[in-house]
Design a binder for this molecule. Sequence first.
Ligand SMILES: Nc1nc2c(ncn2[C@@H]2O[C@H](COP(=O)(O)OP(=O)(O)OP(=O)(O)O)[C@@H](O)[C@H]2O)c(=O)[nH]1
Ligand SMILES: [Mg+2]
Length: 311
Amino acid sequence: MTTKAGFAAIIGAPNAGKSTLTNRLVGAKVSIVTQKVQTTRFPVRGVAMEGEAQIVLVDTPGIFSPRRRLDRAMVRAAWGGAEDADVIVHLVDVQAELAAESDKAKPADRKAVIDAEAIVEGLKAAGKQAILVLNKIDGVKRENLLGLSKRFFDTGVYSEVFMISAADGSGVDDLKRHLAELMREGPWFYPAEQTADIPARLLAAEITREKLYLRVHEELPYSAAVETTAFEERKDGSARIEQTIYVERESQRPIILGKGGQTLKWIGQKAREELEDLLDRKVHLFLTVKVDERWADKREFYGDVGLDYDA
Ligand SMILES: Nc1nc2c(ncn2[C@@H]2O[C@H](COP(=O)(O)OP(=O)(O)OP(=O)(O)O)[C@@H](O)[C@H]2O)c(=O)[nH]1
Ligand SMILES: [Mg+2]
């Protein structure tokens, strides 16, 4: 049997659907997804199998013009993920691109267009070829995609174009087969049954962060951080997990707690259910909320996965 393997980095503007596509290609949840921009903070590896080929997907933080230190670290990590990859996939949100051309354009749509253009420039500057993947084609008329596709393709940085919906899966099988063809002959990097390469403590913190965003994304304009402070395997086979949710201001604590602690309870319950599913065992989850104005400047929250975030 001739095995093939390689790395495919998925880059794109914030909210393009990179993590949704990563999970779809892997066939399991490896990276968290929310409607909030800048959900992914550090590269997450997911492992997809296609016949004899192993495709290690590198889901990256969205690429945009950074302001804060955490932002700069995220953008650098995203380009770093692309640099080491065998294949670069540039994912573009067609719904944002098309909306930006219409009179219903929101600031977020215009920003997505600017960020996508910056990525084209970045690819040009690096002399890299990428695969263009137009995402979120569900709910979009096919004829509207042709002009968009041509505009990107004419920049000369793409070898191929795919049109997909990461959310409903259409077009994803074709893309997966193509990625598999691009892998190089050689041994697999991970056992075939492994789907993610992320420490359990970190994945557990990510899952709680996802539930937190899903619940309070409107009230918390700037995000929060979650840290797993204890992770014990107990004799009865269950896991005991303690986590701290960090917010930047005292006024944000009651938002997370909710009336009579209801919001925090909901977050804890949803996170626990998903963790039990993932870890395939009973989980006891304990959440604490702390205020730390400076969490965004601390390196431990950038996800310590072997990357150098020093600026
Ligand atoms: N309609 C539609 N929505 C999608 C599709 N793919 C992703 N989404 C939605 O887009 C939002 C962002 O998805 P993510 O996968 O978190 O996007 P991302 O690119 O990883 O975002 P960041 O990590 O913040 O950069 C979520 O609300 C997804 O449900 C799609 O194919 N169609
Ligand atoms: Mg993401």
